[in-house]
Write a protein that binds this ligand. Structure first.
Ligand SMILES: NC(=O)c1ccc[n+]([C@@H]2O[C@H](COP(=O)([O-])OP(=O)(O)OC[C@H]3O[C@@H](n4cnc5c(N)ncnc54)[C@H](OP(=O)(O)O)[C@@H]3O)[C@@H](O)[C@H]2O)c1
Length: 332
């Protein structure tokens, strides 16, 4: 029995479970020479998938309707006719939302469950960790003693960014959506201060208070009014790392936001968007660094693990409600 989740319709505004179709087939998959049969173990749900569900032009093509959704997946090799993989190996790669599938091995990387829990390869030792490390170090150019503000701070990328900021000697302020998350930022991830944007009336004033020396680096995961309030507080030569804009991903109308140019001009500030794959050459360095910080106990991580293949779409939707702390992963 093989289960598949397809994109049934393109979401308008916030996605709903009805945008997805659940298919069950009573078939047995077979493999040819060069192929391997994979069984899905963990599925990553990520905010950027929302972009691929729309028909808009982007850096990756949109998902096709009535085809399986794809995301980062950890799978076990059930059988193999490919010399690079053997039965019992675990692999990570961009795979389909299916309980089992056939692959030719292209784009798959082996992962070692004896070195880290399998789910970590979708988070801190996967795209999340690489995004945090490469964005902060390459665009942020952090210098000891500077002030870093992170939005989406209790999420997968944000919680890693803040910790790397602390390792590099920065004052780190996190913005997140609940008091529980703010507490987590300070107690588990070592942030110096946190601001709950859902209960703070004047975000500009709150950021100014938390960052008395101004903001040198802003790691932006959310965009919208939260980011406007940070921009008003930037210092001369500030670096604004535009990683994502989850607060506007479900917008059906053009968002109203601050005109950023005057703030950039008067502060000679840099604002740069990026896609993690831009820094592929830096991945080996990033992996070595993240792995050793983890081993030394300088870096930690949180995961929200949802159980069950059928719950993948809801777990994805829940990202937009902030139901995750750290990386949202589905265990099959
Ligand atoms: N550029 C790249 O290559 C790259 C790679 C990975 C991720 N990203 C981007 O990085 C950002 C974070 O991704 P992630 O995987 O780490 O997700 P995540 O932060 O683990 O999950 C999303 C979080 O966003 C917050 N959020 C949801 N709606 C919001 C809103 N309207 N306003 C403010 N915050 C909101 C929620 O936390 P609260 O409870 O705090 O609201 C939620 O937990 C996303 O924008 C994503 O697209 C970019």
């Amino acid at each position: 029995m093989i289960k598949t989740i397809l994109l049934n319709s393109r979401p308008e505004g916030k996605p709903s479970v009805s945008n997805f179709e659940f298919k069950t087939e009573d078939i047995e998959l077979t493999i040819k020479e060069g192929e391997l049969l994979l069984e899905t173990e963990y599925v990553s749900v990520d905010p950027y998938l929302r972009g691929r569900m729309s028909n808009a032009k982007s850096y990756v093509p949109p998902f096709e309707l009535n085809q399986p959704v794809q995301s980062g997946i950890i799978a076990k090799v059930i059988s193999s006719k490919n010399d690079n993989f053997k039965e019992g190996d675990y692999v990570s790669g961009m795979l389909s939302w299916k309980t089992q599938q056939v692959s030719n091995g292209e784009g798959l990387n082996k992962v070692d469950p004896s070195k880290a829990p399998l789910s970590a390869y979708l988070g801190i030792l996967g795209m999340t960790g690489l995004t945090a490390y490469c964005g902060l170090t390459e665009i942020g150019q952090p210098k000891k003693g500077e002030t870093l503000v992170v939005s989406g701070a209790a999420g997968a990328v944000g919680s890693v960014v803040g910790q790397i900021g602390k390792i590099l000697g920065l004052r780190v302020i996190g913005i997140a959506g609940s008091d529980e998350k703010i507490e987590l930022l300070k107690s588990k991830f070592g942030f110096d201060a946190g601001i709950n944007y859902n209960t703070t009336k004047d975000m500009t004033a709150a950021i100014a208070e938390a960052a008395p020396n101004g903001v040198d680096i802003y790691f932006d995961n959310v965009g919208g009014p939260i980011s406007d309030a940070v921009l008003v507080n930037i210092n001369r030569l500030a670096r604004i790392i535009v990683c994502g804009a989850i607060s506007v991903y479900n917008n059906t109308e053009a968002p109203k936001s601050l005109s950023v140019q005057p703030f950039l001009v008067k502060n000679s500030a840099l604002m740069q968007g990026f896609i993690v794959s831009n820094y592929a050459e830096k991945f080996p360095e990033a992996m070595t660094q993240l792995t050793s910080w983890l081993a030394e106990g300088k870096l930690t991580y949180s995961e929200t693990i949802v159980e069950g293949f059928d719950n993948i779409p809801q777990a994805f939707i829940d990202l937009f409600e902030g139901k995750n702390k750290g990386k949202m992963v589905v265990k099959i």
